[in-house]
Design a protein around this ligand. Sequence first.
Ligand SMILES: [Zn+2]
Length: 281
Amino acid sequence: MIKTEHHDDPTFFLATSENIIVILYIFHMANCSACKKYLWFFTKKYYIYPGKEKGSLDLCEEKYLCQKCFDASFNKKKEENARGRKLSDFLLLMAKKNYADALEMYDSIFDKDIPGDWYTRGNILANLGKRREALDCYNEALFLDTHYAKAWYRKGQILFETKNFVDAARCFENVLQLENYARLFSNRPYRWFNAAMFYCMVSWVLLSNELVKLGRFSNEAHKNAGYWILRVRNGLKIASPQLSTDNFVDFCIQNFGKILDALEPRLLAEFKWDEQFTSRR
Ligand SMILES: [Zn+2]
């Protein structure tokens, strides 16, 4: 018979309050990324997600801001009263689809340190058909905040439209990962999840088809397409389950715009940067 000593029991180790503090300390060693001040476990931290490199497709881990540095970056909000008046005019221009004037108006209140400003500017440029410039804006937004799901979504869209299906799919997968993450840690509902999943499927299907047409069948593209078709079929009630897989895919491609329109959240343009820039947990 094996005799169990109490110190062999992991619950004993966890149960001592002293050790709990040591464990918390190890798992929560953090410094403010602006002033480098050490942040204790019980110190209020604000999370930010800056990118390593502009244009990278990687999601980055969180960094922290202390209360003081957060307040400093947040003080910009106070200047927003004047900005607010212009924003309502801007919204009106967007609603009228007068994107050229909207861009001019937006540039007069644009703040390069706010990810949401880059995002909105990217949207205006995309509406003007300036994809290259729009992509640059989304890259800037994601460089400031790699956890900016909407910006990944829009970047994916531009890459999709320019037939860069592999990178587009990466962007949409990032959206899925972030939306899953957001749902785990808060009660925020999925917003871009379904549309991103649909895009993932169509990206891989179109890539796989294109390679077949070129006589360069790709096992990876074929496998990925199959994986996403299954996920979309099971996850989204788009078409009758009676349809064969081929008919389902044809249906999705033929009705691409209509389906997407139904899956995307209805938004015109965003200005609330605090919600995406940093989140309190
Ligand atoms: Zn600080």
